[in-house]
Ligand binder design. Structure first.
Ligand SMILES: NC(=O)C1=CN([C@@H]2O[C@H](COP(=O)(O)OP(=O)(O)OC[C@H]3O[C@@H](n4cnc5c(N)ncnc54)[C@H](OP(=O)(O)O)[C@@H]3O)[C@@H](O)[C@H]2O)C=CC1
Ligand SMILES: O=C(O)C1=N[C@H](C(=O)O)C[C@H](O)C1
Length: 241
């Protein structure tokens, strides 16, 4: 086991991929050994990091953990690579199908896997608040309202679905969802509880993708050498919640 954790970044050319590469370069405890993007034209080295096209994924160099922020179309090959190599995977790709979710559970018999719709501490706390509010407010209307940039493809967002599931645990039924796509909004989530005469709103606003990238890098460090299993973000990162 090397002291420096070797990272493979999948989805490197994207908004999240670029944040991950920039923040990883500032750290001494990890090193990006390969960065993959769908449309990378040819193998090349950028700031000391070898970049490849995803078509070359099977020939990836040795790594300890892969971080994936791509799109559902790209998810299966990186999960397969990690399972085949016996290496951990941290993924934040949203919009995955139920079959892909089942594939994560299957892979977790062989490797350590973390998948989370949101890697920020604020949303981890919000999730707990939503669960408690939903349990305390039976019979109130519950709506999850999310806003994101116009380039986002999935709706409702993964975080909205995650918060809705937390509310459902507290109240026994799913809330309603509303999605807005406008400008360059990084990510905003409101969980609203409403009854006659009063309304409670719990809100998280992300203004910078670094919060997600930092969370994913930390999760990767923590899970890189763990035993096989599907690890929840809260148990791995925020055990005091
Ligand atoms: N869990 C969390 O905390 C967060 C999750 N997300 C999620 O992360 C994902 C990426 O977001 P974002 O960075 O904004 O998206 P971008 O569109 O900016 O980037 C997507 C990346 O994935 C690559 N890609 C696209 N299709 C494929 C494919 N079929 N195979 C392999 N690679 C592919 C793209 O390569 P190329 O450029 O060559 O097309 C690009 O590198 C989304 O699902 C988003 O919802 C985002 C923020 C936080
Ligand atoms: O695509 C995004 O940008 C984001 N996606 C995640 C989601 O679907 O919840 C997390 C964050 O809101 C940004």
């Amino acid at each position: 086991m090397s002291e420096i954790t070797r990272l493979l970044i999948h989805g490197a050319s994207g908004r999240m991929g670029q944040a991950l590469l920039r923040l990883a370069a500032e750290r001494q405890d990890l090193r990006v050994v390969a960065a993959y993007s769908r449309s990378q034209p040819a193998q090349r080295v950028i700031d000391g990091v070898p970049h490849f096209a995803v078509s070359e994924l099977n020939g990836a160099p040795e790594f300890d953990v892969a971080i994936d922020f791509s799109l559902p179309d790209g998810f299966d090959p990186v999960l397969a690579l990690c399972a085949q190599r016996g290496k951990a995977l941290v993924s934040g790709t949203t919009g995955l199908s139920s079959a892909q979710n089942t594939a994560i559970n299957d892979a977790a018999a062989r490797i350590a896997v973390v998948w989370a719709a949101n890697y920020s501490l604020g949303v981890a706390v919000l999730t707990e608040l939503v669960r408690r509010a939903a349990a305390a407010l039976p019979g109130w209307d519950c709506d999850v309202i999310e806003a994101h940039h116009t380039r986002k493809l999935d709706a409702p967002s993964g975080t909205a679905l995650h918060l809705g599931a937390a509310a459902a645990i507290g109240r026994g039924d799913e809330p309603h969802y509303a999605s807005l796509r406008a400008g360059d909004i990084v990510g905003e989530h409101t969980v609203q509880f409403a009854a006659a005469g009063e309304r409670l709103e719990l809100i998280h606003r992300a203004s910078n993708r670094d919060i997600f990238a930092r969370g994913a890098l930390e999760a990767a460090l923590r899970v890189a050498h763990q035993a096989p299993g599907r690890y929840g973000l809260a148990e791995l990162m925020f055990p005091n919640l």
